[in-house]
Structure formats: structure tokens, C-alpha cells
Write a protein that binds this ligand. Sequence first.
Ligand SMILES: O=C(O)CCC(=O)C(=O)O
Ligand SMILES: [Fe+2]
Length: 261
Amino acid sequence: MTPEVAMQKRKQVIRDGYCVVDDILTEEFLEELREESERLIAGHEPPPDVRYQGQHVGVRGVDNPIIQKLLDWPQSRRALEQMGFGDFESTGGIIILTKDPGEPALYWHQDWMLWNDPMSCSPWPQTMFVSYYLTDTTIENGCLKIIPGTHLNRIPLHDELIPAHEQGARFIEEDHPVMFSDHPDQVNVFAKAGALVLADARVLHSAHRNLTDERRTLILAWHKRPMTIPDNWEDDIPGVIANRDPNQEYVGSRIPRELLG
Ligand SMILES: O=C(O)CCC(=O)C(=O)O
Ligand SMILES: [Fe+2]
């Protein structure tokens, strides 16, 4: 990435809540990840409640050298640094998420779990998923959809959603009219295999159903930065963050209340 492109991607993450950086993984490493993910999936019995996310296999780098190699992948590290996100660290593991042929869509959700913490309204990202799709993604095979800007700004959909994952959405019906809806502002995120898809945990996202006869596999690695104002932040800092007490404990919550504008 040239410095200009990196700056443009950084701005996109801050403004829209996501970006895609092409050509991060080599074809050889992708092949290794395809084989390893198939091996891990074969030894896994998916619990029925995660069917909207697919297999949902969690693997820690300390337990698997190929996964550790992905978490340490120099091109990904370099891309994060070039975008000014060098203070993000992986949580040490990944989740393999699949959509097998015919499997349903993923519901609208966001993944930030600290909505009681003033840091929730940071104009910079605090938690991001670093995702790699192992096949090219299209509407037909279940690509990601994102509603740009929803990490910072409330839209009516926020107040109509059932909270993500274990907090409710795993147990909804496949024809839920809101959770699986199309939104006029949604963007389909087409990712080439080996690209890095970066998104702010707060942004509203979902994925299409897989209408093809091939499995769509995603390896998702959560990354976090410290609960501080970034050293390289030059824009305004919200008052609630400037005055935030770092020693206070905030009860976790997946529901955006007053801290989402
Ligand atoms: O399947 C995808 O493309 C996205 C997965 C996701 O956002 C999640 O499981 O939280
Ligand atoms: Fe998600």
C-alpha cells in the first residue's frame, strides 16, 4: 500500500467503519489456511444455536502454529501500522465462521460489548475485526453487508434490532423481517480471497445467505487497542472521553444506549 492509499483506508475506517485491503495473504498461505480450516471444521460439531454464523470454531494461536502464523502475518501488521492502527493487538485467537451451501443469512448486528463505557463514542476504532475470506465473496455466496457510519451514528434500525448472538439473535426465525432485511444504505463488501477486511466492532453488519454449492469460509481475528486516546489522534476528543475515569469499572452491554449519537 502506498502511504496515500493507507491514509485513504484509515479515513474510510474512521468515517464508514470498515475498509478492505487487497493482496495481504499469499496464494500459498491461503492454500495452507484452506486445508487447516477444513481439518479443524471436520473435527468440530457445531452447536445448533450458531447456525447463522456457521461452524463457529474458535482456535488459539498457542494451540495451532498455522493460526499463530496468521496472527503474526507481517503484511497484516504492516497494513495496520501504515493505516495508523499499529497499537491494535490480536486477542490471541481466531474464529472460523462458515456458510455452507444453502445456509441462511447472518442477521444485522454490531459486536461492541461495552456500551456503558464512555469510550463507546470514540471517533477512532477501539475494537476491530481483522477478517480473511478464503474464497472470493459475492452476493450469491454470502458476502458481508455493512451500513457505513453506523458505528458513530444511530439509525432507526438500531432500535429495532434484537441484540446480537448469545443475547438473543441466535434464537430468531430465519424469516425475521427486520434482522434479515435489506437496508437502502447497505454496502455489499466484496472481498477477494487473501484480502484483509477490517471493521469497527460498532458498525452494523450482516451477511447474505449462501446460494452457491461451495462453502464460504471466513477467519476472523478480533483486535483491540488500549482504552486510551491514541497517540496519533489529532482531531477532536469527545468530552466524555477526555473526562473518563480509567479506574471505573463499566458493566458490559451489547445495547447502544445514550452513548450512540
Ligand atoms: O459471516 C460474516 O461475514 C460476518 C460474521 C460476523 O460478523 C460475526 O459472526 O459476528
Ligand atoms: Fe459480527
